[in-house]
Design a protein around this ligand. Structure first.
Ligand code: URA
Length: 205
């Protein structure tokens, strides 16, 4: 149900896919990271959350959303009444990308070719999990789901059909919320993220 094309979707169970993705060389990002950060969660999850790409913490631990963005997401999920362990959590791109500045590794956004190369894994996860509800966190996931014209600022929180009875919406990326310099805007965006996640919880009932 992705708006953007995928050449060939890898076959197999989530466990098989996770193993295959470990050795992925479809784009140059494997050279950067410690490991592939594959999705996490039950194969029978009704809800899939799609982020952007792993950061430093995720790269080290091999698990999506464990750094500062993950902590904000956990808080939002809690307020919305969603249990993280029941969700399937993944990213649009499964490798960390960075530039080094001194000893620091500064996050760098995966480009269009890297996103395209990685899309087969997301397509495979969607095919295996078959979530009823899909949440795109941030523009990268939203545009992968709904196309490049999608704007979070205009269209966040709006359900759209994704085919095969599934629906999706996109909302703020937790990192985007964290980066907002003004406390008031940050607070408002966090409230919108919680409201959108509440709508997801409501749609499950
Ligand atoms: N940001 C993301 O988009 N994904 C993660 O897993 C962590 C931070």
């Amino acid at each position: 149900p992705l708006a953007k094309p995928v050449d060939e979707v890898p076959a197999g169970t989530l466990t098989t896919l996770r193993h295959k993705a470990r050795g992925c060389r479809a784009c140059p990002l494997w050279r950067y990271g410690t490991q592939t950060v594959f999705g996490q969660g039950p194969a029978a999850a009704q809800v899939m959350l799609i982020g952007e790409q792993p950061g430093l913490h995720e790269d080290r631990e091999g698990v999506p959303f464990v750094g500062p963005a993950g902590q904000l997401l956990d808080r939002a999920l809690g307020e919305a009444g969603l249990d993280r362990s029941a969700l399937y959590l993944t990213n649009t791109v499964k490798h960390f990308k960075y530039e080094t500045r001194g000893t620091a590794k500064l996050h760098k956004r995966a480009n269009a070719a890297e996103q395209a190369a990685c899309r087969m894994w997301l397509a495979a996860e969607l095919l295996r999990v078959k979530p009823k509800l899909v949440v795109g966190l941030g523009a990268m996931a939203a545009q992968t789901m709904f196309g490049n014209a999608f704007r979070i600022t205009r269209e966040r929180g709006v359900w759209r059909p994704l085919g095969e009875g599934a629906q999706g919406l996109a909302t703020w990326h937790p990192s985007a919320v964290l980066r907002m310099p003004e406390e008031q805007k940050r607070h408002a965006a966090f409230g919108e993220l919680v409201a959108d996640l509440r709508a997801v919880a409501g749609a499950l009932e």
